[in-house]
Design a binder for this molecule. Sequence first.
Ligand code: ADP
Length: 519
Amino acid sequence: MLVKEEKILQTYFGYESFRPGQQDTIDHILQFNNTLAVMPTGGGKSLCYQIPGLSMDGTAIIISPLISLMKDQVDALQALGIPATFINSSLSTGEQQTRLRDVEKGRYKFVYVAPERFESGSFVNVIKRIPLALVAFDEAHCISQWGHDFRPSYRSIVPNLKRLSNIPVFVALTATATEEVISDIQELLTITDNHVVNTGFERANLSFHIVKGKDKSSYIRSFLDEHQEESGIIYTATRKQADALYDQLSKRGITVAKYHAGLSEEERKQAQSAFIHDEKSIMIATNAFGMGIDKSNVRYVIHYAMPMNIESYYQEAGRAGRDGEPSDCILLFSPQDVQLQKFLIEQSQMDDASKQNEYRKLQAMINYCHTHGCLTSFILDYFDDTVIKTTCGRCSNCVERQEKVDITEEAQMILSCVKRMGERFGVGMTAKVLKGSKDKKIKDFRLDKISTYGILSAYTEKELTERVHFLIAEQLLGTEEGQYPTLRLNKNSVDVLKGNRHVEMYTAPIPTSDDADYH
Ligand code: ADP
């Protein structure tokens, strides 16, 4: 069995050896076990179903939520001499029917479709009748309501598919999956624990950086100046930001491409193609761009604003360095980003429970921006990665960190201030009380009467805000979830207050942000 798989790897794909996790995944599938592969972007997930698909009889059906990627996948297979096709709404009805007839005749080894295709009776009728090798769910996190990109139509086809008797085995593949997403996928597709192949998330060639308190546009301009020959993506949080940055850079004579959902399909296609084929080396885009894009030489991914959660961040940032070469993932943070993300959550159609869940994830993202620990470890820890090292030695916190100072006493003052404020206020108000601010709200709530009012007046409000965020990020202080999270003492806070635990902070790891007025 193994020999055959390796032979396929070498003869069809021209690769010497398997990457981590590929062989296990392929073995499970070939033994007809439903299998989930969790591998980082660029880990080589496609081969995990392509090799079994080639060595098994029948047609492999690959379900992918994004039709824009199917053509590339199919082109790549065809270029290797493998009969493959896609059927989706981008084709004329006549062309769809022709391809479906060829599927029925067994002419293809691989057929790519979107979940919606299963709503078509004629398609399902053909699928029912032909010999199938496997059915693969690409971007499988989209079938879980706990995933960051849940697609109800993707989930709803699963029970019907499971009823078809001619599907020998199901395969699920994803690059982002928390514990809850993994178990959701397992349950839905009946995948046992021993058939989950999780290679861990670390991408050893990526260096993460947080940049705070700098003018974002001028940072980007000087960065681009220094990286002229390189290809990169700049993600913005909104279409408006993408348009503005695009105009700004274009005016300065920098050649950039732009991609967001507000552009026509033709414009998007052109932009994507110009970027993929290195005609334009810089792509400015919203998160509408990139899922499954196989451009290997992306040297940097800059986030112009903080995204909504770590899942999205890691997936987008992870589009850098798929070729394994050293690459940078830079997040430009400003406090306004937090407000924008809260606004987007509030505006969404989600029910209250889902909103709370989004706020919880947002808080983790905020903590990432404020931690003084290793950024890589923070992310791996978030994904419950079992292979965590304490420091990566590459991220901005590891590289720029300076001398550690003991701030236990200040931390105690901050924590006791939170306590005295009745654990009813957020970061901004707490910083004001510690500073001894004359703000009207402070007077209204009579917070100028408590004993910790002005207790850290030697610091600026900015510095105090940064310290409170640091305590939250280090989990020495808790927050309530929600739009205006209030601060709460937790078990660790009590340890600090009792003097059982010391708090250390790096002196100048990160410049403080320029606007402290946020919760
Ligand atoms: P993913 O879907 O996990 O993000 P892909 O399947 O697109 O990743 O693979 C990323 C790149 O790595 C592709 O260019 C692919 O051809 C290449 N690749 C996959 N497996 C191997 C391997 N065993 N050896 C060398 N390159 C590989």
